[in-house]
Write a protein that binds this ligand. Sequence first.
Ligand SMILES: O=C1O[C@H](COP(=O)(O)O)[C@@H](O)[C@H](O)[C@H]1O
Length: 256
Amino acid sequence: MATIHSFPSKEAIAPALFSLILDCQKVAIERHGRFQVAVSGGSLPAVLALALLEEEAVTQILWEKWEIFFADERAVPLDHEDSNYGLLKAELLDKLPEGTPQPNVVPIDTEYLDDVQELADQYNTALINHFAKRDSILKPAFDLLLLGCGPDGHTCSLFPNHELLREHDAWVAAIEDSPKPPPKRITLTLPVIAHASKVAFVATGAGKQEILKKIFESPEDGLPCSLVNTALGEKVMWFVDHPAVEGVSYPRRSSL
Ligand SMILES: O=C1O[C@H](COP(=O)(O)O)[C@@H](O)[C@H](O)[C@H]1O
């Protein structure tokens, strides 16, 4: 069963999220010498920055061992205001103190922006190069997925009732009709998400309250976030602030 960890504010979420990240980093590096993470866009990078730009974090995070992928990405140039890469760069990567070893960040190949299927295929190839070729595995196993949850219950670019929820084969899929703009995107698929070692969702603000009620109280409706909870059970941790879960009938913890 997924767990909800609720804190008074975004700022109060940060130390708990940092602690989880540190644990996952340790396990991953001991296991295979690197830390392979995928991150969402939206409101997630700002909270991630609160967790990872603290002085304590800067000394304990082994950035040179990190490989950062995108859980979903919009088919736009990397410096476009809609780019999830651009957002992570602005919120976090550009703010790392001078001299910090750089993580290996894997953005989309913008040469293929005009053909979103090719863009997804190229990102798939990037995953093959970073996971399958090195570990001889059949599916990428991220050490940690850091995901957001949209007000409609979408996560990555997997939207409610969309046919991509039934994608069984591709690791990375193209979407050309995203209900949230921009319409053209790529996304990790449910089988890859379900293969991760750990998933951390971050959802904050009263605007997420209604959808969190649906996700946790009516999992049978199959909202994308509920599907992740169901597929991964206790490997899924939700980091939320109190306003986001007020009135949600589900056990909560106030620490890790
Ligand atoms: O479009 C997207 O939205 C979701 C949710 O964003 P949020 O601002 O409500 O947190 C995000 O997780 C995803 O990466 C992004 O492409």
